[in-house]
Design a protein around this ligand. Structure first.
Ligand code: FES
Ligand code: FES
Length: 166
């Protein structure tokens, strides 16, 4: 089996994995990092979202062998020191989850979303300038499903971190 070396949440890791192993399974099964969730395993729910080299991806759709040398951030790496990130705190204060199964993916997606906005990257609903609006958030978070229907509170949490009225 090929050996893969990558950086996960700031730590260099190496692991052997079958060429058919997804990044999601490498994280969960090989590295024991179960924060990233498997929902559909088919690219439809976003529960498996992680950030690779600054870009969010569905880790269930990406082969681990393709990530040699990459930098991966999972939900376990979002906290700042011993404290939660501002976005994680906002999810708590805005009650942005119920069962919590989708939450790791929502948090990784929302973290990347805020960076996309800061970089001025447009989406299909961007009008004249990129700004953090409810419409932008709902479009950019549309790949992350929540069976509990916490969508309104997730939008409020993201807006509150950006200093917008929630
Ligand atoms: S588990 Fe990857 S998109 Fe659903
Ligand atoms: S909080 Fe339960 S699926 Fe989103």
């Amino acid at each position: 089996m090929p050996s893969i070396s990558l950086t996960v949440n700031g730590e260099p890791v190496s692991a052997e994995a079958d060429v058919r192993t997804s990044l999601l399974d490498l994280l969960r099964e090989t590295l024991g990092m179960t924060g990233t969730k498997k929902g559909c395993d088919h690219g439809q729910c976003g529960a498996c979202t992680v950030i690779v080299n600054g870009t969010r991806i569905n880790s269930c759709l990406s082969l681990a062998v393709g990530h040699e040398g990459d930098t991966v951030t999972t939900v376990e790496g979002l906290a700042e020191g011993n404290g939660l990130s501002p976005l994680q705190k906002a999810f708590v204060t805005q009650d942005a989850f119920q069962c919590g199964y989708c939450t790791p993916g929502q948090l990784c997606s929302a973290t990347a979303l805020l960076n996309e906005i800061a970089r001025g990257e447009p989406s299909v609903v961007t009008d004249e300038r990129v700004r953090l609006s409810e419409e932008e958030i709902r479009e950019r978070m549309s790949g992350n499903l929540c069976r509990c229907g916490a969508y309104n509170n997730i939008v409020d949490a993201i807006l509150s971190v950006a200093g917008e009225p929630a």
